[in-house]
Ligand binder design. Structure first.
Ligand code: HEM
Length: 205
């Protein structure tokens, strides 16, 4: 769950800022970001934020925004699995609207080129170096087979053959929703193995 909360915060912040817009359901005036391609059947952990928010509401009604709950949850999730901690300034306002089209255009996709990814991060004031560092979050969490099946069946020189055949056991060439850990060495702890795996050509995504 730690991974899902970190990603949820990231996917919230990249669309209209960190305003909890990702949590909003489809409504007359809102196109839900939950249904955008990078989130649909992929983003997880909404129910954890909703449960935390309702506990906070019992003690302190109408004060703490969902955006702050999500920002704090992501920070605490990172720390809980051995990752970094940081100070979270509070006082975010929740958006009353969401934007599916913006989520589709601004969130990184698994088929995007390096140039597109770099420009998506640049649009948020983040450098390529920032992007690489933030991608280190893939040291925890899981990816659906359909997001990496092309790569493991490519017989390319940039993937370890043994690693590819391990992955193929649960991931057919046509791709499906089976989940596999992004970091096969230490899937549940926040460390630098994601980068080490990439250098050893054992990265799924
Ligand atoms: C550089 C561009 C990025 C791309 C192309 C990308 C792509 C992906 C993909 C394809 C998945 C698997 C999704 C699925 O199975 O449907 C994923 C999962 C994940 N991503 Fe990223 N990502 C990027 C950046 C980031 C950043 C900046 C963070 C956090 C700061 C992040 C955190 C995560 C986490 C934690 C997961 C696992 C989620 C879970 O297990 O629920 N990603 N990412």
């Amino acid at each position: 769950m730690a991974a899902s909360l970190i990603r949820l915060h990231f996917h919230d912040c990249f669309v209209q800022g960190c305003d909890a817009s990702i949590l909003l359901d489809e409504a007359a005036t809102t196109t839900s970001e939950r249904n955008a391609a990078p989130n649909r059947d992929s983003a997880r952990g909404y129910e954890v934020i909703e449960a935390a928010k309702s506990e906070v509401e019992k003690i302190c009604p109408g004060v703490v925004s969902c955006a702050d709950v999500l920002a704090v949850a992501a920070r605490d999730a990172s720390f809980a699995v051995g990752g970094p901690s940081w100070t979270v300034k509070l006082g975010r306002k929740d958006s009353t609207t969401a934007n599916r089209a913006l989520a589709e255009s601004d969130l990184p996709g698994f088929q995007s080129s390096l140039e597109v990814l770099i420009s998506q991060f640049a649009n948020k004031g983040l450098s390529a170096r920032d992007m690489v560092a933030l991608s280190g979050s893939h040291t925890i969490g899981q990816a659906r087979c359909l997001t990496f099946s092309n790569r493991i069946y490519s017989n390319g020189s940039n993937i370890d053959a043994g690693f590819a055949s391990t992955r193929k056991r649960t991931c057919p060439a046509s791709g499906n929703g089976n989940l596999a850990p992004l970091d096969l060495v230490t899937p549940n702890s926040f460390d630098s193995n994601y980068f080490k795996n990439l250098i050893q050509k054992e990265g799924s995504s």
